[in-house]
Write a protein that binds this ligand. Structure first.
Ligand SMILES: Nc1ncnc2c1ncn2[C@@H]1O[C@H](COP(=O)(O)OP(=O)(O)OP(=O)(O)O)[C@@H](O)[C@H]1O
Ligand SMILES: [Mg+2]
Length: 290
């Protein structure tokens, strides 16, 4: 019988299912409306045995009206990420796992098990929300495309801007204050329209920069606390998102940790749920959660 793991997140539903030849297919759908997701599952996976995870899993179950196994979101995500890394030939005894979904969740994963060690409300939802409010753009693909052409100079205050001419005590290229240069830029550009001084591409580049720097800052602190050298970043927020990857990677490296963006990382939870349907999966091992 066909098997499918479904991670119903706050923004996107990720599906991992086995084809007849046992290869795994990945599909992404928007979580809203969840009724359409249930219809898709009924049509595409009518016979499949299902394992659900994610914040919207129980609502989806009600809509589906057919039996399914549940697995916790954190267990599924860590187990799926571990498997994706293995498949990609990456194996670390201990690593930090940062999932930048709608919000951001941070886990320590080792041979002994996995545990959630922190998070922040700054995540992919922040990119969507602030981009809509500040630039009127709500579509993720457009946000990233526009941001790619942006510069952060007019909006973000660097350490070197504050120290101006003097030798700063830390790297002058670091951001001293995200969006902290706006007032100064307005003063300097006397009389010009704000929309001309702050074009959408610059504002969106700064939004993504702020999210990336926040996520990386929280992650490197957690990595230090939990003795992890490698930080594996997953979540749909990174997909096709060069500016976010760049912001996260450069700050992570600057702080001495090693960033890794797992291919298909957004499907970690869905894959973990699929694995939970397979006998001997670590997800069903009670030692798995610390
Ligand atoms: N097609 C898309 N539509 C909307 N957002 C997208 C899309 N592709 C990438 N994103 C980004 O990915 C984020 C969602 O990531 P992800 O799918 O990992 O989260 P989630 O599982 O839905 O949320 P959570 O785990 O916090 O409940 C969005 O907030 C947005 O920034
Ligand atoms: Mg998620």
């Amino acid at each position: 019988m066909e098997k499918a793991g479904i991670d119903a997140g706050g923004t996107l539903v990720k599906v991992a299912y086995e084809e007849n030849d046992r290869s795994i297919r990945y599909v992404k759908l928007t979580s809203d409306p969840l009724e359409s997701v249930a219809a898709w599952i009924r049509n595409e996976l009518p016979e499949a045995q299902l394992c659900l995870t994610g914040g919207r899993a129980s609502r989806l179950l009600n809509l589906l009206g057919r039996p399914a196994v549940f697995v916790s979101e954190f267990e599924a995500t860590c187990e799926g990420a571990r498997r994706l890394l293995e498949q990609g030939g990456k194996q670390w005894d201990r690593f930090l796992l940062t999932n930048v979904g709608t919000g951001t969740s941070i886990h320590i994963v080792s041979r002994e098990g996995a545990a959630r060690v922190g998070g922040t409300g700054v995540g992919g939802g922040t990119i969507l929300g602030l981009s809509r409010l500040l630039a009127g753009t709500g579509d993720f693909g457009s946000i990233v495309k526009v941001a790619q052409a942006g510069r952060r100079d007019a909006t973000d205050l660097k350490v070197s801007h504050i120290y101006e001419g003097a030798v700063p005590p830390i790297d002058g290229n670091l951001t001293a204050s995200n969006f902290g240069r706006v007032e100064e830029t307005i003063r300097r550009s006397a009389g010009l329209e704000e929309s001309a001084v702050f074009p959408a591409e610059d504002v969106l580049a700064s939004v993504i920069g702020m999210v990336g720097e926040t996520v990386a800052t929280v992650s490197v602190h957690a990595a230090g606390q939990h003795a992890a050298q490698v930080i594996v970043y997953i979540g749909s927020s990174f997909e096709w998102n060069g500016p976010l990857q760049e912001a996260v990677a450069s700050y992570t490296r600057f702080r001495g940790a090693e960033p890794y963006f797992a291919p298909n990382g957004a499907f970690s939870g869905a894959l973990g749920a699929l694995l939970a349907l397979t006998p001997h999966s670590r997800c069903s091992d009670p030692r798995y959660n610390e």
